[in-house]
Write a protein that binds this ligand. Structure first.
Ligand code: SAM
Length: 271
């Protein structure tokens, strides 16, 4: 997969040389190219922002440098052998975008080429999205309901979530299917707790079932833990579980977990 990132802080992406992503790059699975947005400005101050039309606080990123930068990156792909028709998918991080989820990460992992446009200040002039919306299938995405100072950290999050889904990046491909939010039967379930050696640490024992070697019983225990953890930490996800996907035992575990949460809430409100 090719990934281009245009930013006024290309140095922000040094972590993409480390660990899994760094190895994926060394092995040619990921081709990450960083670009300085200011290289497409034409004034002595290399200006990328201006005051907002209509007034208000903060500055807005000018459309011209973004468009020149995006056009240059797109043209560089067309210039590569066999790349005449290649077009990246443009991803613009913004708190007002659609929510970035594991499902969206999977969608992006199926793309051969992603181009990220992380903003600073109050964001990018909206005409840039209008200009490339169709031709580059531009996508505005939010990594959560909070506001960062800039889109670079959001790009790091998205690239890491996407890259670990690419074939050959993880040592054990099954890790992806066992994850929280993994598509399939566990899609709306969080992963339960995990343990490693030693079996007793500072008086805390590993749940004995995990040492039993009974694979079916271990799988059942893990699913129970996942159901309980989802009710406790993400009631919104648990409330949306499809009853058709749940067995009788699942429903019993869920009912018990909901009762536990409600009785804790009533104790808290009484106190
Ligand atoms: N005034 C903007 C708003 O409320 O939507 C916030 C701009 S923020 C200070 C600057 C940039 O940080 C955004 O344009 C975006 O690139 C990035 N950013 C901030 N929070 C983000 C989030 N939750 N998800 C994705 N990108 C985010």
């Amino acid at each position: 997969m090719r990934v281009d990132i245009i930013s006024i802080f290309p140095e922000y992406f040094a972590p993409l040389g480390v660990s899994l992503i760094g190895k994926a790059r060394d092995r040619g699975i990921l081709d990450i190219r960083l670009h300085q947005l200011r290289d497409w400005t034409h004034d002595v101050h290399r200006t990328v922002d201006d005051t907002p039309y209509g007034g208000g606080p903060g500055m807005v990123m000018k459309p011209e440098p973004w468009a020149e930068a995006i056009d240059a990156v797109v043209a560089s792909g067309a210039a590569e052998p066999g790349g005449e028709a290649a077009r990246p998918r443009l991803i613009v991080p913004t708190p007002s975008g659609r929510r970035f989820t594991q499902q969206v990460a999977l969608e992006y992992a199926g793309e051969p080429w992603l181009l990220f446009a992380p903003a600073r200040y109050e964001g990018i002039d909206a005409r840039v999205i209008a200009e490339y919306g169709e031709s580059l299938r531009a996508d505005e995405v939010s990594i959560g309901d909070y506001v960062l100072a800039g889109g670079e950290a959001a790009v790091l999050v998205i690239v890491e979530a996407v890259a670990r889904l690419l074939p050959g990046v993880l040592g054990n491909a099954a890790s992806v299917t066992d994850d929280s939010f993994a598509p399939g039967a566990m899609e709306s379930l969080l992963e339960g707790p995990v343990y490693t050696k030693p079996p007793v640490w500072r008086g805390h024992e590993v749940p004995p079932i995990l040492l039993s070697g009974h694979h079916a019983a271990i799988a059942r225990w893990r699913r129970d833990q996942a159901l309980r953890r989802t009710v406790r930490n993400r009631p919104d996800l648990a409330a949306g579980l499809d009853p058709g996907e749940l067995g009788e035992h699942d429903r019993e575990v869920l009912d018990e977990a909901w009762r536990a949460v409600r009785s804790e809430e009533s104790v808290e409100s009484a106190g």
